[in-house]
Design a protein around this ligand. Sequence first.
Ligand code: FES
Length: 73
Amino acid sequence: MSAATPSGEFEHPDVVICPGGPVLLRGEHVVADEQGRTHRTTRPVTAVCRCGKSATQPWCDGTHKVLPPRSRP
Ligand code: FES
């Protein structure tokens, strides 16, 4: 769990939603894909695809960067 600063902000949130891109997960998580299969995170920070176009679902492979702005999450 992240610690809050005196101002109430969190320096390192556990979940970060990137505008037009993935969700970043900090720490260990189990992610369920669209078929209900579960995947365990293996990195300190993991990017989970929100655009649906990644070739490495459920993980982000950067494909969202080449999508037209209206097609980005
Ligand atoms: S959000 Fe990055 S490839 Fe889908």
